[in-house]
Design a binder for this molecule. Structure first.
Ligand code: HEM
Length: 183
């Protein structure tokens, strides 16, 4: 399955990178070109989500799950793949449901920040995959200088996980309050 996974991952990576470039252009421009490119954004993000999910599922078939669980590098690749996929799906839903409003006021800078984070996540996911396939890159050196050695299991302290759950619950509650206020 390895060649299929390696072939498939190019689709989400290319689609998400193109989407990030469109977001960059639209964040800084209200011109005709930026608007035309933005017209394709929801569809590109949708295709990215579908091909990303496909690449993810095939990725799970490359090695036996015991081997993935037994290797810190493979575990890290799996973790970052989950984040990248979930993250870009959220961006797709945001652009789809938010429509033109995502380019108004502060929202356009939030979109730009989210796209930058998405590109960062997919870059690290691909870098870790490259190590598994025998294609190392210097991105791991950048991550190392930021304090994370990619050959060791990435972990967060429990209190950060608790904070994340609380933040997620607050955001869901704010969403409900916001939608009721509008209705
Ligand atoms: C959106 C999700 C994913 C992306 C973007 C992604 C990306 C990549 C990339 C770029 C490579 C290296 C290709 C190369 O250098 O030739 C790779 C390899 C690999 N990935 Fe993923 N991956 C994803 C999900 C997964 C998942 C869920 C698993 C399961 C643990 C997985 C397991 C592997 C393995 C085992 C390799 C090495 C394949 C080989 O030996 O040739 N990947 N991945």
């Amino acid at each position: 399955m390895a060649p299929y996974h390696v072939m498939l991952v190019h689709f989400p990576i290319a689609l998400w990178t193109t989407a990030a470039l469109i977001i960059l252009m639209r964040a800084f421009s209200d011109g005709a070109l930026a608007r035309a490119a933005d017209g394709a954004l929801t569809f590109l993000l949708f295709l990215g989500a579908v091909t990303g999910a496909l690449a993810f599922m095939v990725g799970l078939l490359v090695w036996p799950i015991e081997a993935v669980a037994g290797s810190p590098l493979a575990r890290n690749h799996l973790l970052l793949a989950i984040w990248s996929l979930a993250y870009w799906i959220v961006l797709w839903l945001l652009r789809w449901r938010g429509g033109e409003r995502v380019w108004q006021g502060t929202w356009r800078w939030i979109m730009l920040g989210l796209a930058a984070l998405g590109v960062g996540l997919q870059t690290i996911t691909g870098t870790l995959g490259g190590y598994l396939a025998g294609n190392p890159s210097i991105v791991s050196e950048v991550v190392r200088r930021l304090g994370w050695e990619v050959f060791t299991t990435f972990y967060l302290p429990d209190w950060i996980l608790i904070l994340l759950v609380i933040a997620a619950l607050i955001m869901i509650a704010l969403g409900f309050i916001g939608s009721r206020a509008r209705a």
